[in-house]
Design a protein around this ligand. Sequence first.
Ligand SMILES: Nc1ncnc2c1ncn2[C@@H]1O[C@H](COP(=O)(O)OP(=O)(O)O)[C@@H](O)[C@H]1O
Ligand SMILES: [Mg+2]
Length: 342
Amino acid sequence: MSNQDSIIQVFPINEKNGIYSFRHMGEFRIVNLIGAGKFSQIFKARPKENDDSENSKIFNCTIKIFQKCNLIKNNMISLSPKKILFNEISELHLLQKINSIGSPNLIKMYDWAIDRKTCETRILMEYMPYNMRNYFSNPQHINNLTENSLKKLTYQILLGLNALHKNRIIHSDIKPENILLDPEKNIVKITDFTLSQFVTYDLDKKDFSNGGTYSYMPLEGLLDTKKYGFSRDIWSLGCILVELCCRKIPFKGNDSNTVIKKILKINGMDIQSVSSFFDYCKNCIDNNGEKERIINYIKMNSKIVFINEDCYDLFSRMLCINPLYRITAEEALKHPWLANID
Ligand SMILES: Nc1ncnc2c1ncn2[C@@H]1O[C@H](COP(=O)(O)OP(=O)(O)O)[C@@H](O)[C@H]1O
Ligand SMILES: [Mg+2]
């Protein structure tokens, strides 16, 4: 590929009248922008023929577009075009695999297309009205959160994670923005597989690239960026659940050191004494008391009155610092707190 080929032409949405075509499902019209990240933009859309606002059976869906213009704007163009393409192709590939898993708690892809001219990858997915972050930022929604609805939410996320892990996929970016909700239908779905990894062989030998959101990353990922497994997603879920109860992110930080310090504080350790995850395990063989300290943290900060011992137990097992002892999705689904959901 010559240098000239790597200069990418971008067509603004308006030039196409907001119409996007797909391989099998035809043309879709953009309704509005829902989200925009470093690599992609997400739109609510409808089939072109079914575009009538009077139509009560409107089929809403979502289009995720990986646009090269975003990469240029964010100075990511220094990456080789091959590397740039990797994000969208890997997400597309994983979404195909996820469709074949068929879990109701993982977002479903309907169709996709790659525009050869613009090098733009488009993914057509089912539509969900909220993500967890925007839904619970409404005080009415968070104040009305009942124990039963928290259980249902947790159970469905665990079902989604269990389906991923059984199929050897680590999500790697579990956070409220990537959990989608339809409160009317009581449905929860995990989305955004941009950073996900399909693990085909021994985890120990896998050389992981380590992306993600610091505040939801476990210590093993923060300290030893190449060593983490499925349990990474369970830590992130633990952080989300504690955040819902305490109305604040438990290990919040914009850089890894801030988050490492907050996690180590649970066991009274400081960052100077720990330079690798191996170091941490060596200095903290005896995890005695860690569970109680995590429970105390939740007890002191929780704004929710219904939390009971079973609930504390499950959350603290998800936030076990050593991933060897952290609860798995399969075990968590059988936990007593989730035994009787209405
Ligand atoms: N299928 C969907 N239905 C509704 N909203 C969605 C859907 N997929 C993504 N979104 C919204 O767009 C945001 C960004 O999408 P995401 O796939 O997470 O992209 P990014 O890689 O930029 O984080 C999400 O946080 C969510 O609010
Ligand atoms: Mg996302």
